[in-house]
Design a protein around this ligand. Structure first.
Ligand code: PLP
Length: 424
C-alpha cells in the first residue's frame, strides 16, 4: 500500500471510499466492545483459583512460629519476602510485603515524602516552592493522577524505545526542585519498552540537584512476559549503590497481575535506610498486613520458578490477543504512513501513534461504532497529548474473539481519521 500522503487525488478518493465503507460495515455490526481496561481477564484470574483453599485450615504459622492470624509483622513474613526478593533485586531484609496494591504504596511514599521528607531531605517536599517529577511519556495515567492530586508539577520527557530520553532527564534532574521520576522499567505502561543497561546506569549515576531525589521504580510488569524471552533489566539497586546513590530507588511491584488483581500482594524494596524510613511510617498507619494472604501466596507460588511457571499460563492466554491486534493493524495500516505501533514482548498494553492531530477523532469514531477506547491524551500528564496522536490499547480483558473484532475496528478508525485529515 502507498502512503496516504503520496496518493493521487483519485487514489485518495478510492481509499476514502473503501475505508469509509469498511468502517460503516463495522459500525453496522452493532458491537459493544471495551478496550479501555488494563485488567486481567476472568480466564487469567481462574489460573489462581487453587488459592481459594489456601493456606488451608490450621496452616497459619510462619517458619519463625508466628501466628499469621494475629496482628504484627509490618514488614511481611520473612519467607514471603525471600520469595519475592529475586524479583525486587535486593536481599529479603530489604523487601516489604504490604497489602493488596502497589499503587497504594506509591501513594504512601509520595504523601510521606511531602509531609515528612525522605532520608537525605532537608525538609518535607511540601515545603519546597514547587516540587516536580520527571514523567516519561507516554506513561501510566495513575502515576500522573497522584502528582496532580498533590500539586506536583509534571515534566514530560519522551521515551526512545529503550527507556526515557536520558539527555532530557539529566537536564531536568539537575534542578533542585525536581524531587523524583516515575519509571516503569520493564514492559513499560503503555509503550512496552524495556529500559536498557545504559539508561539504567545513567539514571543511577546522574547528578540530581535535589539531594533527596528518588526514582519511583514501578516494576509492575517484572515477570509479565509475552514471548519465550524473559527480559531481564539491570539491577537498579546495585547500579545506584555503585554510583554512590544507594538511597535513590524506591522499588515497587505487586502480584495484582500474577495472582488476583485486588487480592494480591504489594511489594516495596529499597536501601536499608529507606526501608527503615518506610517501616517507621507504615507502622503508624497499620498494626500489620494481611499475613494469611501472604501465606496463601507462598503456598501457591512456592518459589521463583513457581512464579515463572504460573506466568507462562498468563502468557498462553495473552500472547494470542496481542498477536490479533498486531495482525489487524498490519493488515489495514501497513505502508499507509497513518500510524506506528509497538510490538511489546511483555506487559499489558500496545501503544499506537496515529497520524498527528487524529487521536481524539479515532476515539470518537470508535465510540460511534460501539468500541470504547482509552481517552486520547490519557497517557500524558493532565491528559494533554500535545500531538493528539497516542492511543493506548488494552487487549487483556476482552475475549480473543472480542479483541479480534475490536482490533479490526481500531485499525479502520485510524485509517479513516488519517484519510479525513488528508482531505481537510
Ligand atoms: N503500576 C503500573 C505501571 C500499572 O500498570 C498498574 C496497573 O495497571 C499498577 C501499578 C497498579 O498496581 P497495583 O494493582 O499493585 O496497585
Amino acid at each position: 500500500m502507498n502512503a496516504i500522503a503520496d496518493l493521487s487525488t483519485a487514489d485518495l478518493g478510492a481509499l476514502r471510499t473503501r475505508v469509509r465503507n469498511a468502517y460503516d460495515a463495522f459500525r453496522a455490526r452493532g458491537l459493544k466492545l471495551d478496550m479501555t481496561r488494563g485488567k486481567p481477564s476472568a480466564a487469567q484470574l481462574d489460573l489462581a483459583n487453587p488459592m481459594f483453599s489456601l493456606p488451608g485450615n490450621g496452616d497459619h504459622f510462619t517458619e519463625a512460629g508466628d501466628d499469621a492470624r494475629n496482628y504484627g509483622g509490618v514488614q511481611g513474613i520473612a519467607e514471603v519476602r525471600a520469595l519475592f526478593a529475586p524479583i525486587m533485586g535486593v536481599p529479603a531484609d530489604q523487601v516489604v510485603v504490604g497489602d493488596n496494591s502497589s499503587l497504594a504504596l506509591m501513594h504512601d511514599c509520595l504523601a510521606w515524602a511531602l509531609l515528612k521528607g525522605v532520608p537525605g531531605s532537608a525538609e518535607p517536599w511540601s515545603k519546597e516552592a514547587a516540587p516536580a517529577f520527571i514523567c516519561p511519556v507516554p506513561g501510566y495515567d495513575r502515576h500522573f493522577a497522584l502528582c496532580e492530586e498533590y500539586g506536583i508539577r509534571m515534566l514530560p520527557v519522551p521515551m526512545t524505545g529503550h527507556g526515557p530520553d536520558m539527555d532530557a532527564v539529566e537536564a531536568l534532574a539537575a534542578d533542585p526542585a525536581v524531587k523524583g521520576m516515575w519509571c516503569v522499567p520493564k514492559y513499560s505502561n503503555p509503550s512496552g519498552e524495556v529500559y536498557d543497561d545504559a539508561t539504567i546506569r545513567r539514571l543511577a549515576a546522574m547528578r540530581a540537584g535535589a539531594p533527596d531525589f528518588r526514582l519511583f521504580w514501578d516494576n509492575a510488569y517484572a515477570v509479565h512476559h509475552l514471548t519465550a524471552r524473559r527480559h531481564d533489566i539491570l539491577n537498579v539497586m546495585e547500579a545506584c549503590a555503585a554510583a554512590g546513590h544507594a538511597d535513590r530507588p524506591f522499588i515497587f511491584a505487586s502480584t495484582s497481575k500474577v495472582t488476583l488483581a485486588g487480592a494480591g500482594l504489594a511489594l516495596f524494596a529499597s536501601s536499608a535506610a529507606n526501608v527503615r524510613w518506610y517501616l517507621a511510617r507504615a507502622s503508624k498507619r497499620t498494626i500489620g498486613p494481611d499475613k494469611l494472604n501472604q501465606l496463601r501466596h507462598l503456598r501457591f507460588l512456592r518459589n521463583i520458578e513457581g512464579v515463572h511457571r504460573h506466568m507462562d499460563g498468563h502468557r498462553a492466554l495473552l500472547a494470542p490477543k496481542f498477536d490479533a491486534v498486531a495482525e489487524a493493524l498490519e493488515r489495514h495500516l501497513a505502508g499507509l504512513g497513518a500510524a506506528r505501533w509497538t510490538r511489546p514482548e511483555g506487559g499489558y498494553f500496545i501503544t499506537v501513534d496515529a497520524a498527528d492531530g487524529t487521536a481524539r477523532r479515532v476515539v470518537a469514531l470508535a465510540k460511534e461504532a460501539g468500541l470504547a477506547l482509552t481517552p486520547a491524551g490519557a497517557t500524558w500528564p493532565l491528559g494533554q497529548d500535545p500531538h493528539d496522536r497516542t492511543l493506548r490499547i488494552a487487549p487483556t480483558f476482552p475475549s480473543l474473539e472480542e479483541v479480534r473484532a475490536a482490533a479490526e475496528g481500531i485499525a479502520l478508525c485510524i485509517a479513516l481519521a488519517a484519510v479525513e485529515k488528508e482531505d481537510a
